[in-house]
Design a protein around this ligand. Structure first.
Ligand code: ITT
Length: 198
């Protein structure tokens, strides 16, 4: 099955291709000639995932899915959450600046509990209808005192998943892709698509 993954984030793309395997042909925005930065104007992860999927479906008429992910830190009332990409408030997608701000905001707070949450919105074109569905995956953990490791992307050097002593950036892609928020949401997406196909 061929389906567009509406993302400009190459790290997400390779994670999802790796998790879904060869049964699905995942085409990127770049592959369909979409170079726009789709505005994420929603107030929730769900809204933003749907905005991105709808943008591609309306413009290209192709089945697609989009993922919006947030890091939710308990002591910060769930921030950065839906604002994870632009948490430092100055530049979009500057992971180093975002991580510096997160460590600054948390200071020496003992409550470092956090979770990553991914919402995937799917818009699937069938012969007679448009199917819309969302899937959610999360993983709990905590925010380390300092950055650890170099693998992964975004906040991975700061996030230690529950049951582990190392950050996602130390654990590496193979372990992250077995347990992560995105892996859990993608597993539901894959099960749903397989059951539709059968
Ligand atoms: P899209 O093109 O898919 O929108 P994006 O990078 O804007 O890509 P999100 O809005 O979903 O992605 O994610 C917000 C930020 O959260 C993102 O820029 C990363 O810094 C961070 N992030 C997302 N998924 C992550 C993960 O698995 N591990 C660490 N950080 C992550």
């Amino acid at each position: 099955m061929k389906i567009v993954f509406a993302t400009n984030n190459q790290n997400k793309l390779s994670e999802i291709r790796n998790i879904l395997g060869s049964e699905f042909e995942i085409v990127s925005l770049h592959d369909i000639g979409c170079t726009e930065d789709i505005p994420e104007t929603g107030n929730t992860l769900e809204e933003n995932a749907l905005i991105k999927a709808r943008y591609v479906y309306n413009k290209y008429g192709l089945s697609c899915f989009a993922d919006d992910t947030g890091l939710e830190v308990e002591a910060l009332g769930g921030a950065p959450g839906v604002r994870s990409a632009r948490y430092d408030g100055i530049t979009d997608h500057d992971s180093e600046a975002n991580m510096r701000k997160l460590l600054r905001e948390l200071g020496d707070n003992n409550n470092r509990k956090a979770q990553f949450r991914t919402v995937i919105a799917l818009l699937l074109k069938t012969s007679n209808q448009l199917i819309s569905h969302t899937f959610e995956g999360k993983i709990e953990g905590h925010i380390a005192l300092t950055k650890q490791g170099t693998a992964g992307f975004g906040y991975d050097p700061l996030f230690v998943p529950i049951g582990y002593q190392q950050s996602f950036a130390q654990l590496g892609m193979d372990i992250k892709n077995q347990i992560s928020h995105r892996a859990r949401a993608v597993k539901q997406l894959a099960d749903y698509l397989k059951q539709l196909n059968s």
